[in-house]
Design a protein around this ligand. Structure first.
Ligand SMILES: C[S@@+](CC[C@H](N)C(=O)[O-])C[C@H]1O[C@@H](n2cnc3c(N)ncnc32)[C@H](O)[C@@H]1O
Length: 282
Protein backbone atom coordinates (compact mmCIF):
# COMPACT_ATOMS: atom_id res chain seq x y z
CA UNK A 1 0.00 0.00 0.00
CA UNK A 2 1.39 3.43 -0.86
CA UNK A 3 2.61 5.70 1.89
CA UNK A 4 3.43 9.40 1.89
CA UNK A 5 7.01 10.21 0.93
CA UNK A 6 8.24 11.68 4.24
CA UNK A 7 10.69 14.18 2.74
CA UNK A 8 7.93 16.34 1.28
CA UNK A 9 5.98 16.58 4.55
CA UNK A 10 6.94 19.32 7.01
CA UNK A 11 8.28 17.88 10.31
CA UNK A 12 5.54 19.56 12.30
CA UNK A 13 2.86 18.01 10.10
CA UNK A 14 4.35 14.57 10.90
CA UNK A 15 4.30 15.29 14.62
CA UNK A 16 0.83 16.83 14.85
CA UNK A 17 -0.53 14.07 12.59
CA UNK A 18 0.82 11.52 15.08
CA UNK A 19 -0.56 13.41 18.10
CA UNK A 20 -4.12 13.08 16.75
CA UNK A 21 -3.47 9.36 16.13
CA UNK A 22 -1.93 8.76 19.59
CA UNK A 23 -5.01 10.32 21.18
CA UNK A 24 -7.53 8.19 19.32
CA UNK A 25 -8.70 11.00 17.01
CA UNK A 26 -7.28 9.51 13.84
CA UNK A 27 -6.64 6.42 11.73
CA UNK A 28 -3.25 4.76 11.31
CA UNK A 29 -3.29 5.72 7.63
CA UNK A 30 -2.46 9.29 8.75
CA UNK A 31 0.40 8.21 11.06
CA UNK A 32 3.94 8.25 9.69
CA UNK A 33 7.12 6.64 11.02
CA UNK A 34 8.75 10.08 11.37
CA UNK A 35 5.71 11.28 13.32
CA UNK A 36 6.00 8.30 15.68
CA UNK A 37 9.73 8.88 16.24
CA UNK A 38 9.17 12.59 16.96
CA UNK A 39 6.28 11.77 19.25
CA UNK A 40 8.38 9.26 21.19
CA UNK A 41 11.28 11.74 21.45
CA UNK A 42 9.02 14.45 22.87
CA UNK A 43 7.02 12.18 25.16
CA UNK A 44 9.57 12.51 28.00
CA UNK A 45 9.76 16.35 27.98
CA UNK A 46 5.96 16.56 27.57
CA UNK A 47 5.35 14.20 30.50
CA UNK A 48 7.87 16.02 32.72
CA UNK A 49 6.30 19.41 31.94
CA UNK A 50 2.80 18.03 32.47
CA UNK A 51 3.76 16.53 35.85
CA UNK A 52 4.74 19.94 37.23
CA UNK A 53 1.84 21.81 35.66
CA UNK A 54 3.80 23.40 32.84
CA UNK A 55 2.26 23.72 29.38
CA UNK A 56 3.03 20.94 26.95
CA UNK A 57 3.14 21.08 23.19
CA UNK A 58 0.79 18.12 23.10
CA UNK A 59 -1.68 19.84 25.46
CA UNK A 60 -1.66 22.95 23.28
CA UNK A 61 -2.12 20.97 20.05
CA UNK A 62 -5.01 18.91 21.43
CA UNK A 63 -6.74 22.01 22.83
CA UNK A 64 -6.63 23.82 19.49
CA UNK A 65 -7.70 20.77 17.48
CA UNK A 66 -10.63 19.93 19.75
CA UNK A 67 -11.94 23.48 20.01
CA UNK A 68 -11.90 23.88 16.21
CA UNK A 69 -13.76 20.54 15.98
CA UNK A 70 -16.30 21.68 18.55
CA UNK A 71 -17.10 25.02 16.91
CA UNK A 72 -17.28 23.46 13.44
CA UNK A 73 -19.56 20.71 14.70
CA UNK A 74 -21.83 23.29 16.36
CA UNK A 75 -22.04 25.34 13.15
CA UNK A 76 -22.92 22.21 11.15
CA UNK A 77 -25.51 21.05 13.69
CA UNK A 78 -27.08 24.55 13.66
CA UNK A 79 -27.44 24.29 9.86
CA UNK A 80 -25.12 27.24 9.27
CA UNK A 81 -22.36 25.36 7.47
CA UNK A 82 -22.45 22.42 5.06
CA UNK A 83 -19.28 23.04 3.01
CA UNK A 84 -15.78 23.17 4.49
CA UNK A 85 -12.43 24.03 2.93
CA UNK A 86 -9.58 23.10 5.25
CA UNK A 87 -6.54 24.99 4.00
CA UNK A 88 -3.13 23.49 4.90
CA UNK A 89 -4.88 20.36 6.17
CA UNK A 90 -1.60 18.41 6.33
CA UNK A 91 -2.03 15.01 7.97
CA UNK A 92 -5.07 16.13 9.91
CA UNK A 93 -7.82 13.49 10.11
CA UNK A 94 -10.59 16.08 10.59
CA UNK A 95 -11.98 15.75 7.05
CA UNK A 96 -12.14 11.98 7.36
CA UNK A 97 -13.76 12.16 10.82
CA UNK A 98 -16.37 14.69 9.69
CA UNK A 99 -17.13 12.77 6.51
CA UNK A 100 -17.58 9.59 8.56
CA UNK A 101 -19.99 11.45 10.82
CA UNK A 102 -21.97 13.60 8.37
CA UNK A 103 -21.73 11.67 5.06
CA UNK A 104 -23.28 13.43 2.08
CA UNK A 105 -24.76 16.22 4.19
CA UNK A 106 -21.31 17.79 4.23
CA UNK A 107 -18.84 18.65 1.46
CA UNK A 108 -15.28 18.70 2.79
CA UNK A 109 -12.29 19.86 0.73
CA UNK A 110 -8.83 19.02 2.08
CA UNK A 111 -6.56 21.60 0.53
CA UNK A 112 -2.80 21.94 0.73
CA UNK A 113 0.29 22.61 -1.37
CA UNK A 114 0.73 20.08 -4.21
CA UNK A 115 3.07 17.59 -2.44
CA UNK A 116 0.90 17.30 0.65
CA UNK A 117 -2.31 17.24 -1.38
CA UNK A 118 -0.92 14.23 -3.23
CA UNK A 119 -0.11 12.47 0.05
CA UNK A 120 -3.60 13.16 1.32
CA UNK A 121 -4.99 11.68 -1.87
CA UNK A 122 -3.02 8.46 -1.23
CA UNK A 123 -4.18 8.31 2.39
CA UNK A 124 -7.81 8.80 1.40
CA UNK A 125 -7.44 6.07 -1.19
CA UNK A 126 -6.54 3.69 1.66
CA UNK A 127 -9.66 4.83 3.48
CA UNK A 128 -12.07 4.22 0.63
CA UNK A 129 -11.13 6.96 -1.81
CA UNK A 130 -12.20 10.50 -2.56
CA UNK A 131 -15.82 11.25 -3.25
CA UNK A 132 -17.72 14.28 -4.54
CA UNK A 133 -18.30 15.13 -0.87
CA UNK A 134 -14.80 14.58 0.44
CA UNK A 135 -11.93 15.40 -1.82
CA UNK A 136 -8.48 16.92 -1.94
CA UNK A 137 -7.45 20.08 -3.76
CA UNK A 138 -4.27 21.99 -4.40
CA UNK A 139 -4.27 25.40 -2.81
CA UNK A 140 -1.75 28.13 -2.24
CA UNK A 141 -3.06 30.35 0.54
CA UNK A 142 -0.77 33.11 -0.73
CA UNK A 143 -2.14 33.15 -4.29
CA UNK A 144 -4.42 36.05 -5.21
CA UNK A 145 -5.78 34.36 -8.28
CA UNK A 146 -5.45 31.33 -10.53
CA UNK A 147 -6.74 27.75 -10.25
CA UNK A 148 -5.06 27.12 -6.88
CA UNK A 149 -6.28 30.27 -5.17
CA UNK A 150 -8.89 30.11 -2.40
CA UNK A 151 -11.08 32.25 -4.65
CA UNK A 152 -11.12 29.54 -7.33
CA UNK A 153 -11.74 26.73 -4.83
CA UNK A 154 -14.67 28.57 -3.24
CA UNK A 155 -16.06 29.56 -6.65
CA UNK A 156 -16.41 25.85 -7.48
CA UNK A 157 -18.61 25.24 -4.40
CA UNK A 158 -22.39 25.61 -4.14
CA UNK A 159 -23.01 29.36 -3.66
CA UNK A 160 -26.29 28.70 -1.82
CA UNK A 161 -24.74 26.77 1.10
CA UNK A 162 -23.08 27.98 4.27
CA UNK A 163 -19.31 27.58 3.96
CA UNK A 164 -16.36 27.47 6.34
CA UNK A 165 -12.63 27.87 5.87
CA UNK A 166 -10.32 26.34 8.47
CA UNK A 167 -6.59 26.81 8.99
CA UNK A 168 -4.76 25.00 11.77
CA UNK A 169 -1.05 25.26 12.45
CA UNK A 170 -0.50 27.71 9.60
CA UNK A 171 -0.76 31.33 10.73
CA UNK A 172 2.33 31.44 12.93
CA UNK A 173 4.55 30.32 10.02
CA UNK A 174 3.62 33.38 7.96
CA UNK A 175 4.79 36.94 8.60
CA UNK A 176 2.21 39.58 9.35
CA UNK A 177 1.87 40.83 5.79
CA UNK A 178 1.31 37.30 4.50
CA UNK A 179 -1.31 36.68 7.18
CA UNK A 180 -3.17 39.93 6.43
CA UNK A 181 -3.15 39.13 2.70
CA UNK A 182 -4.43 35.60 3.35
CA UNK A 183 -7.23 36.89 5.59
CA UNK A 184 -8.30 39.42 2.94
CA UNK A 185 -8.46 36.63 0.35
CA UNK A 186 -10.44 34.37 2.71
CA UNK A 187 -12.89 37.19 3.58
CA UNK A 188 -13.47 37.96 -0.09
CA UNK A 189 -14.00 34.30 -1.02
CA UNK A 190 -16.36 33.66 1.93
CA UNK A 191 -18.40 36.84 1.58
CA UNK A 192 -20.43 35.41 -1.33
CA UNK A 193 -22.01 32.60 0.72
CA UNK A 194 -25.26 33.04 2.69
CA UNK A 195 -23.47 32.01 5.92
CA UNK A 196 -19.77 31.78 6.39
CA UNK A 197 -17.28 30.90 9.08
CA UNK A 198 -13.53 31.11 9.47
CA UNK A 199 -11.85 29.07 12.22
CA UNK A 200 -8.15 29.08 12.98
CA UNK A 201 -5.71 28.68 15.82
CA UNK A 202 -3.27 31.49 16.59
CA UNK A 203 -0.49 32.00 19.10
CA UNK A 204 -0.27 35.54 20.47
CA UNK A 205 2.15 37.24 22.84
CA UNK A 206 -0.32 37.54 25.75
CA UNK A 207 -0.06 34.35 27.80
CA UNK A 208 3.24 33.43 26.16
CA UNK A 209 5.56 35.44 28.39
CA UNK A 210 6.97 34.86 31.87
CA UNK A 211 9.14 32.20 33.51
CA UNK A 212 6.73 29.30 33.07
CA UNK A 213 6.68 29.76 29.34
CA UNK A 214 10.43 29.68 28.85
CA UNK A 215 10.60 25.91 28.53
CA UNK A 216 7.55 25.80 26.31
CA UNK A 217 8.82 28.62 24.10
CA UNK A 218 12.14 26.87 23.66
CA UNK A 219 10.46 23.61 22.76
CA UNK A 220 8.15 25.32 20.30
CA UNK A 221 10.99 27.21 18.63
CA UNK A 222 13.10 24.04 18.36
CA UNK A 223 10.11 22.15 17.04
CA UNK A 224 9.38 24.56 14.21
CA UNK A 225 13.09 25.31 13.76
CA UNK A 226 12.74 28.90 14.91
CA UNK A 227 10.50 29.88 12.01
CA UNK A 228 7.61 31.05 14.14
CA UNK A 229 6.06 34.53 13.96
CA UNK A 230 4.03 35.91 16.84
CA UNK A 231 2.33 38.90 15.24
CA UNK A 232 -0.18 40.10 17.77
CA UNK A 233 0.00 41.07 21.42
CA UNK A 234 -3.62 40.52 22.40
CA UNK A 235 -7.04 39.29 21.31
CA UNK A 236 -8.06 42.91 20.63
CA UNK A 237 -5.21 43.33 18.16
CA UNK A 238 -6.13 40.11 16.37
CA UNK A 239 -9.79 41.14 16.13
CA UNK A 240 -8.80 44.59 14.78
CA UNK A 241 -6.56 43.02 12.10
CA UNK A 242 -9.35 40.67 11.07
CA UNK A 243 -11.79 43.58 10.94
CA UNK A 244 -9.41 45.41 8.59
CA UNK A 245 -9.27 42.28 6.42
CA UNK A 246 -13.08 42.11 6.13
CA UNK A 247 -14.10 39.88 9.06
CA UNK A 248 -16.13 40.25 12.22
CA UNK A 249 -14.11 38.14 14.61
CA UNK A 250 -13.97 36.85 18.15
CA UNK A 251 -10.90 35.29 19.70
CA UNK A 252 -11.77 32.28 21.85
CA UNK A 253 -9.76 30.98 24.80
CA UNK A 254 -9.94 27.16 24.93
CA UNK A 255 -10.00 27.30 28.73
CA UNK A 256 -13.48 28.83 28.53
CA UNK A 257 -14.65 25.55 26.93
CA UNK A 258 -13.17 23.24 29.56
CA UNK A 259 -16.58 21.67 30.23
CA UNK A 260 -16.99 20.70 26.57
CA UNK A 261 -13.46 19.61 25.65
CA UNK A 262 -12.23 16.20 26.83
CA UNK A 263 -8.99 16.04 28.83
CA UNK A 264 -8.21 19.73 28.43
CA UNK A 265 -4.72 20.49 29.74
CA UNK A 266 -5.26 23.99 31.10
CA UNK A 267 -1.61 25.05 30.97
CA UNK A 268 -1.16 23.98 27.33
CA UNK A 269 -4.58 25.38 26.37
CA UNK A 270 -3.60 28.78 27.76
CA UNK A 271 -0.91 29.14 25.09
CA UNK A 272 -3.23 29.15 22.11
CA UNK A 273 -6.38 30.96 20.95
CA UNK A 274 -9.00 30.13 18.34
CA UNK A 275 -10.23 32.72 15.88
CA UNK A 276 -13.93 32.48 15.06
CA UNK A 277 -14.89 34.93 12.35
CA UNK A 278 -17.50 35.69 9.72
CA UNK A 279 -16.69 37.64 6.57
CA UNK A 280 -18.74 40.78 6.15
CA UNK A 281 -21.21 40.40 3.28
CA UNK A 282 -20.03 41.47 -0.18
C1 LIG B 1 2.37 22.51 10.48
S1 LIG B 1 1.53 21.82 9.13
C2 LIG B 1 -0.12 21.80 9.79
C3 LIG B 1 -0.91 20.68 9.22
C4 LIG B 1 -2.28 20.44 9.87
N1 LIG B 1 -3.18 21.55 9.67
C5 LIG B 1 -2.12 20.13 11.35
O1 LIG B 1 -2.58 20.92 12.19
O2 LIG B 1 -1.57 19.09 11.65
C6 LIG B 1 1.53 23.17 8.00
C7 LIG B 1 0.86 22.87 6.68
O3 LIG B 1 0.79 24.10 5.93
C8 LIG B 1 0.94 23.79 4.58
N2 LIG B 1 1.28 25.04 3.87
C9 LIG B 1 2.42 25.77 3.98
N3 LIG B 1 2.37 26.86 3.17
C10 LIG B 1 1.16 26.83 2.55
C11 LIG B 1 0.51 27.68 1.59
N4 LIG B 1 1.10 28.76 1.10
N5 LIG B 1 -0.72 27.34 1.18
C12 LIG B 1 -1.33 26.23 1.65
N6 LIG B 1 -0.77 25.39 2.56
C13 LIG B 1 0.46 25.68 3.00
C14 LIG B 1 2.03 22.73 4.59
O4 LIG B 1 2.06 21.99 3.38
C15 LIG B 1 1.60 21.89 5.80
O5 LIG B 1 0.73 20.84 5.44
Amino acid sequence: MSRPHPETISPTAHYTGYVWFAHGQSHEAFATRTGRLMYQALRGPNAAAHAIGWPTLEGMLLARHRLIDLRLEQAIEAGEVSQVVEVASGLSPRGWRFRTRYGKKLTYIEADLPGMALHKQRILRELGGETAHHRTAEVNALADEGPHSIEAICAALDPTRGTAIITEGLINYFDREMVSGMWRRFARALSHFPNNLYLSDIIMRDGNRGPFTVGFGWLLAAFVRGKVHVHFGSADEIEAALDAAGFEATVLDPRAFAGELVDLETAGASRVRIIEAAAKRA
